[in-house]
Design a protein around this ligand. Structure first.
Ligand code: ATP
Length: 270
């Protein structure tokens, strides 16, 4: 079936080694998603049902998407990503049908991992006095719940959902047999920031005096995505001055710029 607005990748090109500072979360997601796909016999012999889905929650840009992609890579699964807000905004009246097609396609391409990004856009707590737009969103949500209840936990389709707003989610999503495993993906600690900076500067031509630990100290509050942007920005300072080597001062200027942008962003009224 033709499913529009969906990103599909066979075994995406992302390794766990490209993810910094999330070692605990990586082992958790491997146990929840990878183990049942690779060793279904373990679950059969012990006589338990593996989880069907896992929910990742945390601030934007902390690595939720790359984590889901890395699991698809390690299980050689088809990776299918849909974005909650797009279901709502672009495909008005089509949400429920799209969900059905999504699960059908996943079954035909199994092993498959479905990532529902921005789950809160479709999975927000139901409120009284819903408008017709809200009712449409609810139909989409009901279809997701029905599909999850209908598919076999021992099958080869697994669901990963991501949200920045765990508090907003409809509790029905978190019931047993649905997204009953929750993993927090927090902003990186100082040590985590250093390992993320190492990952993103690996291919860069760094001066020997570059001290990534110091940059990690300077960049408190930054996400993995911010640190990637910071590394690129440091490289840009070198290019602007027609150098091929990136200096510590480039990183410091880039950090100042990125951090300033973040503070301004935080100061913006909601
Ligand atoms: P959002 O909630 O905004 O969708 P996300 O948590 O899904 O964000 P990603 O899309 O996974 O974030 O991250 C964006 C980019 O930032 C990644 O492609 C990666 O390059 C970088 N990045 C984020 N977190 C990490 C990390 N922990 N280690 C290495 N790189 C990271």
């Amino acid at each position: 079936p033709a499913v529009f607005g969906m990103e599909i990748e066979e075994a995406p090109d992302v390794q766990f080694s490209q993810i910094g500072g999330l070692d605990t979360q990586i082992s958790e997601i491997r146990e929840i998603v990878e183990l049942p796909l690779k060793r279904p016999d373990l679950f059969t012999s012990v006589g338990i049902e593996p989880p069907k889905g896992v929910l990742l929650h945390g601030p934007p840009g902390t690595g939720k998407t790359i984590l889901a992609k890395a699991v698809a890579q390690s299980t050689e699964a088809t990776f299918m990503r849909v974005v909650g807000s797009e279901f709502v905004q672009k495909y008005i009246g089509e949400g429920a049908r799209l969900v059905r097609e999504l699960f059908e396609l996943a079954k035909s391409k199994s092993p498959a991992i479905i990532l529902i990004d921005e789950l809160d856009a479709i999975g927000a707590r139901r409120m009284d006095g819903a408008t017709s737009g809200d009712r449409e969103v609810q139909r989409t949500l009901m279809q997701i719940l029905a599909e999850m209840d209908g598919f076999d936990a021992r099958g080869e389709v697994k669901l990963i959902a991501a949200t920045n707003r765990l508090d907003m989610l409809d509790p029905a999503l978190l019931r047993p047999g649905r997204f009953d495993r929750v993993i927090e993906i927090p902003l990186p600690s100082k040590e985590a920031r250093e390992s993320i900076l190492k990952i993103h500067t690996k291919g860069m031509n760094l001066d020997r005096d570059v001290n990534l630990r110091l940059i990690a100290e300077l960049s408190e509050g930054s996400s993995g995505a911010d640190l990637k942007a910071l590394s690129t920005e440091a490289g840009m300072y070198a290019i602007r001055e027609e150098r091929t080597t990136v200096y510590q001062s480039d990183f410091e200027r880039a950090a100042a710029k990125i951090l300033l942008k973040e503070r301004n962003h935080m100061a913006e009224p909601e």
